[in-house]
Write a protein that binds this ligand. Structure first.
Ligand code: ZN
Length: 174
């Protein structure tokens, strides 16, 4: 197991549409183990493969319901229902959080690590994680879902962090 570097805003891999996973092999299992370790270390509640530089349709998540970390391969979301605005952040945009509108319920289909079909309904935080991580696989970030003002505020906070980092003589996170 290894903790992998998390790609940050500005890295082109975060803007690519990831390709489907076709081989459900040992290498995929090992990648998922590393992604789970990286997610917990961050710490975060979800991590998509593009965030560690692999442009494939895979993410790991743990919504804290006691099940532990899970992986989902080649996910598709349907039946988005309801609407809720909650603070959201991203391990690839370190620091800021912003109120972000998401559906409160979603039907999820995809595949397990062995390629078996997976199907479940997600509500609340789990539904939010599914939307955030699936966006990553389409090259999309949560800041794309904010209005101009919200996005400007996130970018302002990022700049402020950077200036503070330079002032303290630390290396910037990005
Ligand atoms: Zn993210």
């Amino acid at each position: 197991m290894a903790i992998l570097p998390i790609r940050q805003l500005g890295d082109p891999v975060l803007r690519q549409r990831a390709r489907p996973v076709e081989e459900f092999d040992e290498a995929l299992l090992r990648l998922v183990e590393d992604m789970i370790e990286t997610m917990y270390d961050a710490p975060g509640v979800g991590l998509a493969a593009p965030q560690i530089g692999r442009s494939i349709r895979l993410f790991v998540f743990d919504d804290g319901d006691g099940t532990g970390a899970r992986a989902l391969v080649n996910p598709t979301l349907a039946g988005l229902a309801g609407e809720e605005v909650l603070e959201e952040g991203c391990l690839s945009i370190r620091g800021p959080y912003a109120p972000t509108k998401r559906a409160t319920g979603v039907h999820v289909t995809g595949q397990s690590l062995t390629g078996q079909p997976v199907r479940f309904d997600a509500q609340g935080l789990l539904a939010r994680i599914m939307q955030h991580e699936t966006d990553h696989l389409d090259g999309m970030l949560y800041i794309d879902r904010l209005d101009d003002e919200g996005r400007r505020e996130v970018m302002r906070q990022l700049r402020e962090q950077e200036v503070a980092g330079e002032r303290d003589g630390r290396r910037s996170q990005r």
